[in-house]
Design a protein around this ligand. Structure first.
Ligand code: NDP
Length: 510
């Protein structure tokens, strides 16, 4: 175990080889660390630095020693670190109850490190998994560690490398008791918006990782909608990437203000890094992956029966983009409007830009409404007490989907915690109602122009499905009763019924 301690602005003591000789003691050197981070790749190293910068003494460890050494060599001036050679060193270096954040590769690596730490820690200690674990795995781990008296806190951390260093959005699960000790440390390193930390106790066992998963699903939907807006404006209006960058920059000053809109402008304005005037976006292969949390969100949504169609369409749109062979085969065979010669005529380009902005905002509201519905459904299924308004609050800063309108979502759930859908909150209802003419024009124009808009289309269909008096589900029930005697319910009587389709067509109660 090697300690390096630095006063702000001072010079760090360098790590040395032998444990005894290595300790660098000054009167200010804390004997023990407040918290440890094991796994010092991109996320762990930045999180450790963030902790140290905020005045916590951090024990740092990595399976391969060189990451620890490089962290100490480059950043020990930022605060108090205790470099550890082994996990046993980590445990020895910590104040009680010990708090260890595991930031290693999700999956088998995480299990391995947790198993090793579980052998070393004592009842009452707190083990935090800050990686992107599946919440089902987190529930399994939490249950096993609880039996040994350990607190296991599966924690969603969003914001990537930059967020981990300067303030991420943090979504911890686990027990309320563990949060009492751990919470103040996490809150001190999270992003802050209007003086409020973007970190709160989400709920028991896997609740934090569940909410992080849905957050990432919403991120998929949000990005898909932005992509569709870009495609429409480019194809229908023939706008250049530079012009589009300006449009997104302008949008970022209004209701749509968000990190994703901001970086869309940045990416569109970028030139080919290999030189020339060509836009960066035109040099990038148009195929994306869909592994990980977006897919998990949809899989779990199917189990929970929550229609997160915006997220599902976003995941599938990525799949379609990745099917290069099918796209190649279809290109010369499947006919339709082609660009730019058969562009749909739009009389007023500025009006169309405004229509797309409104369609984007309305579709985004739907995607978030569906995501929050899924969190509520997960909370019911797994017995978590999740405050939806608090989730909107902790997503306002630090994370990838940080956006101005999360304040509106927070207000909506604060006012009416059991809101049946975000779409019926007065502000959001007004937004989608007022935006719907533009929304419909955009979806119709996209269909006429041959531009795929699965996100806009699914969002509009969801909106229409919610508001309609009658849905074709009645006909489906009739079909199911005819071919499989699955029975149906009536609008004017209680109970379930079956019609004798191949007999005298009389109705009997099932
Ligand atoms: P990686 O996911 O690339 O994981 C690399 C780290 O895991 C290294 O420190 C490596 O140690 C360690 N590791 C892998 N297997 C083992 C093992 N069996 N035993 C011990 N250590 C092991 O690192 P990231 O920093 O990118 O991410 C860390 C976690 O945070 C992941 O779960 C990731 O999903 C999550 N996350 C990442 C985000 C990002 O933007 N990158 C954002 C939010 C969450 P060694 O150096 O010895 O190989």
């Amino acid at each position: 175990m090697t300690e390096t301690t630095t006063e702000p602005g001072g010079t760090a003591a360098q790590p040395e080889q032998s444990e005894k000789e290595a300790s660098v003691q000054t009167p200010e050197t804390p004997d023990k660390a407040d918290i440890a981070v094991t796994g010092l790749a991109t996320m762990g190293r930045n999180l450790a630095r963030n902790l140290a910068r905020n005045g916590h003494t951090v024990a740092v460890h990595n399976r391969t020693r060189k990451r620890t050494d490089s962290l100490i060599a480059e950043y020990s001036g930022e605060g108090n670190f205790i470099a550890c050679e082994s996990l046993a060193d980590v445990v020895r270096s910590l104040k009680r109850p010990r708090k260890v954040i595991v930031m290693v590769q999700a999956g088998a690596g995480t299990d391995e490190v947790i198993d090793q730490l579980a052998e070393l820690l004592e009842p009452g200690d707190i083990l935090v998994d800050g990686g992107n674990a599946h919440f089902i795995d987190t529930r399994r781990r939490e249950s096993a560690l609880r039996e040994r008296g350990l607190h296991f806190v599966g924690t969603g951390i969003s914001g990537g490398e930059e967020g981990a260093l300067n303030g991420p959005s943090i979504m911890p699960g686990g027990t309320a008791e563990a949060y009492k000790t751990l919470g103040p440390i996490l809150e001190s390193i999270s992003a802050q918006v209007d003086g409020t930390p973007c970190c709160t106790h989400v709920g028991a066992d896997g609740a934090g990782h569940f909410v992080k998963m849905v957050h990432n699903g919403i991120e998929y939907a949000d990005m898909q909608l932005i992509g569709e807006s870009y495609d429409l404006l480019r194809t229908v209006l023939g706008k250049t990437p530079d012009e589009l960058a300006e449009i997104f920059r302008t949008w970022n000053t209004g209701d749509l203000e968000s990190f994703l809109i901001e970086i869309t402008a940045e990416v569109l304005a970028a030139k080919d890094p290999r030189g020339g005037e060509g836009a960066f976006v035109d040099k990038v292969l148009d195929q994306t992956e869909q592994k990980g949390t977006g897919r998990w969100t949809v899989q779990i949504a199917l189990d929970l029966g929550t229609p997160v169609s915006g997220i599902a369409e976003a995941v599938f749109a990525r799949s379609v983009s990745g099917h290069a062979e099918q796209r190649d085969a279809a290109r010369g065979v499947l006919e339709g409007p082609s660009e730019p010669s058969e562009k749909v005529a739009v009389d007023n380009a500025d009006q169309f830009v405004e229509d797309v902005r409104r369609a984007l905002y309305a579709s985004k509201v739907v995607a978030y409404a569906q995501g929050f519905d899924m969190i509520r459904a997960g909370a019911e299924a797994y017995d978590w007490n999740i405050d939806l308004g608090a989730m909107a609050t902790i997503w306002r800063g630090g994370c990838i989907i940080r956006a101005r309108f999360l304040d509106r979502i927070r207000e909506a759930y604060e006012k009416t915690p059991d809101l049946p859908s975000l779409l019926v909150d007065p502000y959001f209802a007004r937004t989608v109602n007022e935006g719907q003419e533009a929304w419909r024009r955009v979806v119709a124009t996209a269909a006429a122009a041959g531009v795929p808009v699965p996100g806009f289309g699914a969002a509009l269909s969801y909106f229409d499905a919610l508001r309609r008096d009658r849905l074709p589900a009645a006909l489906l029930q009739g079909l199911r009763d005819l071919f499989g005697a699955h029975t149906y319910r009536r609008t004017d009587a209680e109970g379930s019924f079956h019609l004798e389709w191949s007999g005298d067509r009389s109705e009997r109660e099932a």
